[in-house]
Write a protein of this length. Structure first.
Length: 124
């Protein structure tokens, strides 16, 4: 049996983070939720997630600031991040791409099943 994937969900909307958490746990994942970038960086001191599911618009430290801080740390330079945001502008996607994000999903364009599929898909 494959090892359990560990997922860090960084999302300030408790309704959404709860849905992602329950759905991913139902697929056998270990899920940790952080409400903003600052909280997520604290969690990452003790956690090495397989995937980080990241919202961009959050209070305190937003997703862009979190990505910059994440990439500055050697342990997390190559960590797989999937951005899940309401921001759909090309400039936002480009900014994320320069910060090492290969997967960018716009919340209004994807279903929960598509999100699960992206998270559980190949790690790379």
């Amino acid at each position: 049996m494959p090892e359990k994937k560990t997922i860090l969900v960084v999302e300030d909307d408790h309704f959404l983070s709860d849905i992602y958490k329950r759905q991913l746990e139902g697929k056998g994942c270990k899920v940790v939720v952080a409400g903003n970038g600052t909280e997520a960086l604290k969690v990452l001191k003790d956690l090495k997630p397989d995937v980080i599911l990241l919202d961009l618009i959050m209070p305190g430290m937003n997703g862009f600031e979190f990505l910059e801080a994440l990439r500055a740390e050697a342990d997390h330079k190559k960590r797989r991040v999937i951005v899940l945001s309401n921001l759909g502008q090309e400039s936002d996607k480009e900014r994320c791409k320069t910060l090492g994000v290969k997967e960018y999903l716009v919340k209004t364009d994807v279903s929960v099943d598509q999100i699960l599929s992206a998270v559980l898909g190949s790690s790379g």
